[in-house]
Design a protein. Sequence first.
Lengths: 148, 148
Amino acid sequence: MPVSSSNPEILEIADRLHSAAIHLLRRVRRQDTATGEGPARLSALSVLVFGGPKTLGELAAAEQVKPPTMSRIVAGLARSRLIEITSDPQDARRMRIRATRKGRRLLQKGRELRIADLASQLEALPPEELAKLGETVEILQRLMAGWH
Amino acid sequence: MPVSSSNPEILEIADRLHSAAIHLLRRVRRQDTATGEGPARLSALSVLVFGGPKTLGELAAAEQVKPPTMSRIVAGLARSRLIEITSDPQDARRMRIRATRKGRRLLQKGRELRIADLASQLEALPPEELAKLGETVEILQRLMAGWH
DNA sequence: TAATTTAGTTAGCATAGCTAACTATATTTG
DNA sequence: CAAATATAGTTAGCTATGCTAACTAAATTA
């Protein structure tokens, strides 16, 4: 299916959606400095907290990075005691990586800062626009659940 | 107004919106490798293409990075002939930085790849949901225009 | 004119991405 | 069953991107 066949209206919406996502994340990312961890570590930790224990390879795939990159991210998280590593008894090559209580707490705190910042901005919207936003985001989430 | 007073409904919407933005950008970013330039350079170039010529300090502020960081990003873009640097005749300390034709072409190409990818995914939506998405994104854009 | 402020650079550090080459463990196959 | 192959992760070494501290040069202020 050639993408160039998209009609101009869809391209216009895609363009605005793309731009909105960029500006939104640029804004909320400013809260992350408070956690003391870099973006790659926070993102990997989030996968572990919300997706449960993973091997290094699974984590790398989820984050769309190569294994050597994830290897160092995991090393950093382990050094900060945010994750725990055990070896798989079925396969000694694999590592079992999971978030520690400290890791879950730190991620939760960082998340709350981002969400609270965003929510405080959304408060400026009139109720009916807010409701519409909520419905639309659900549409988007359902759509994106089928991606990859 | 303390953010912690946001009602749970707004927090829920903020959370979903945040998550949707993350997954959307993670998806479209995969197109960027085709440009041969890194994310910081593409983003700075985008500011120049859509916002017109800037000084280094203005660029750094727009990208929310410190001047030394932008200094190297600009050096990289100049080495690839994507931008052009002249000195301000009014103030010899300032640099006037602008995108070259090559820079505009490269940015446009990368943008098209992202937008086309996103648009092709949006085609799966029924027309009325697509229309609703378009309206909601406009609401978001108006809201975010007043941020910062 | 001298002091201060402003714009940008340089040096040096940490994080985050990659590929190529390696080790160690599993699996497959002759 | 032993040898070949495949798989999981690490190490080494490169580039890019973020920072702070300390610097140069130019403009402004006292």
